[in-house]
Design a protein around this ligand. Structure first.
Ligand code: PLP
Length: 388
């Protein structure tokens, strides 16, 4: 039977992830230093793991409310209020999900009608366009450039907005570039969203990994709380990728709509992960800040290292990625990543995996030890030397 013929058009429209391919090649080789993975190299702090083990001992092994444990929703709402002074009702405006990944999928599926357009600043996280396509929408990439430190402007968005534009999907601090948006520039985006009556999906999963100043939550901008779907989670800041826990905050009707899909598909996020997440929010700040301080040291190491190698890159301001230009080598980003992997055993992700505007760049994750990063920089340096 030819299964390829039987696939849905939406699935056929989605290209395979450019990141996965590199993981798979690198996993089969020995001695590879991977800067390819967007995943903390820390283990989840012990007190978080312990709270989960303790919950299991006490017999917490059941489903929870579809919306998530009320205690967790309360802790989430409290954290968002403490950090950004935005109020959400934990009973109606918070949905606990299986990672930000599920929250994103639910948000676009609950929002989009076939053919609805979603503006997406690019380069962007690989799932954004895929989720929009799977929901029957049309992703409209808005290319950003290194000259403006990969920040999108309201002017760029205005050129691409049409009567079919339903939403804007942003993710700052940004994966893959490490860009953030200063409050003033975000405020201009907010005015743009209001003018065109757009919903804004704001993926703030890297909010706690902001190095040079506080993060601006999109929902905290004037008049934005009610048109924002705010997404966040535990994977990155608390080193909890495998726990699969995230959340969405929005208007109660929209949260109910997301929950309508969630209750028939996931039912609820795993109770064990929810217990860990409660502990992370209640007592995890110190450990999280220590991990962030460590990423900050590595960020500086990578920035200086790339400069010494002679690759142009701007200083990332958040997340744990650096996005140097490799145009000096004359190679495409895929050629660079493939040849680097084969000859120097360093795995990086080609920039075009994050959209056409990522071509000419590579993404290096610095969620790796200083020892690994130093060795990787020396191998990249040798590789670039040979290709000048
Ligand atoms: N959003 C961004 C920007 C990411 O980089 C990632 C993971 O790499 C996710 C969402 C997915 O996060 P989660 O593990 O919470 O599903």
């Amino acid at each position: 039977m030819n299964w390829a013929d039987r696939l849905s058009p939406a699935v056929k429209a989605v290209p395979p992830s450019g990141i996965r391919r590199f993981f798979d090649i690198a996993a089969e080789m020995k001695g590879v230093i991977s800067l390819g993975v967007g995943e903390p190299d820390f283990i989840t702090p012990w007190h978080i793991r312990e709270s989960c083990v303790h919950g299991l001992h006490k017999g917490y092994t059941t489903y929870t409310s579809n919306y998530g444990l009320l205690e967790l929703r309360e802790a989430i709402a409290q954290t968002i209020y403490n950090n950004y002074n935005v109020n959400y009702d934990p009973r109606q405006e918070v949905l606990v999900t299986v990672g930000v990944s599920e929250a994103l999928d639910l948000a676009v599926r609950a929002l989009l009608s076939p053919g609805d357009e979603v503006l997406i600043p690019e380069p962007c996280y690989v799932s954004y366009k895929a989720c929009v396509l799977l929901a029957g929408g049309v992703p409209v990439p808005v290319p950003t450039t290194i000259d403006h430190e990969f920040r999108v402007t309201a002017g760029q968005l205005a050129k691409l907005v049409t009567p079919r534009t339903k939403a804007l999907l942003i993710g700052y601090p940004n994966n893959p570039t490490g860009a953030i948006m200063p409050q003033k520039e975000l405020a201009a985006i907010a005015r743009f969203a209001e003018k065109h009556d757009l919903i804004v999906i704001s993926d703030e999963i890297y909010a706690d990994l902001t190095y040079d100043g506080p993060h601006t939550c999109f929902a905290s901008l004037p008049a934005m709380r009610d048109r924002t779907i705010l997404l966040n989670g535990f994977s990155k800041a608390y080193a909890m990728t495998g726990w699969r826990i995230g959340y969405a905050l929005s208007n109660p009707d929209f949260i109910a709509a997301m929950n309508k899909i969630h209750q028939y598909t996931m039912l609820c996020a795993p109770i064990t992960a929810q217990l860990g997440a409660i502990e992370a929010l209640r007592h995890g700040k110190d450990k999280m800040e220590k991990m962030v301080a460590e990423y900050n040291c590595r960020r500086q190491l990578m920035r200086e290292g790339m400069q010494n190698i002679g690759l142009t890159c701007f200083e990332p301001k958040g997340a744990f990625y650096i996005f140097p230009s490799i145009t000096e080598t004359g190679l495409t980003s895929t050629q660079f990543a493939e040849e680097l992997l084969v000859s120097e055993k360093v795995a990086v992700v080609p920039g075009d995996a994050f959209g056409a505007s990522g071509e000419g760049f590579i993404r290096c994750s610095y969620a790796s030890s200083i020892g690994n990063l130093t060795e990787a920089l020396s191998r990249i340096g040798r590789f670039v030397q040979q290709h000048r």
